[in-house]
Design a protein. Structure first.
Length: 121
């Protein structure tokens, strides 16, 4: 199974005490995957991550959007390292060690970004 290029959109809406994050990913240009995440009292952010835009609908503040965007980029990179690069370097011990080191660094970055995004949503 080959890697497919995914395109997607994400949206956040907040109503009362609930915040819902939706993400749509399109793979194989026909199949869509919808991910949803809801939170109640525990998910209430210290500083709301969205504000009313000109249309009267909520939108993410720039910092929260940037954190989410970078989290997606780092997750994709980590997936490629684990599922492609380390396997491809199986006969080259030095390269495999390097990819393993980078993998550990990416895992830490993903953990930190996930923590920050959770705090904001």
């Amino acid at each position: 199974m080959g890697l497919e290029k995914a395109r997607g959109t994400s949206a956040v809406s907040g109503e009362g005490d609930n915040i819902v994050v939706y993400k749509t990913t399109e793979i194989d240009s026909g199949k869509k995957v919808y991910l949803g995440m809801e939170g109640g009292e525990q998910a209430r952010a210290k500083n709301p991550p969205f504000k009313l835009g000109a249309s009267g609908k909520g939108m993410l503040d720039n910092d929260t959007y940037n954190l989410m965007e970078q989290l997606e980029i780092e997750n994709k990179s980590l997936w490629r390292i684990k599922n492609s690069y380390i396997r491809a370097a199986s006969t080259d011990k030095e390269s495999k060690q390097l990819w393993s080191l980078i993998e550990k660094d990416k895992e830490e970055v993903v953990r930190l970004l996930t923590e920050k995004v959770r705090e904001r949503l």
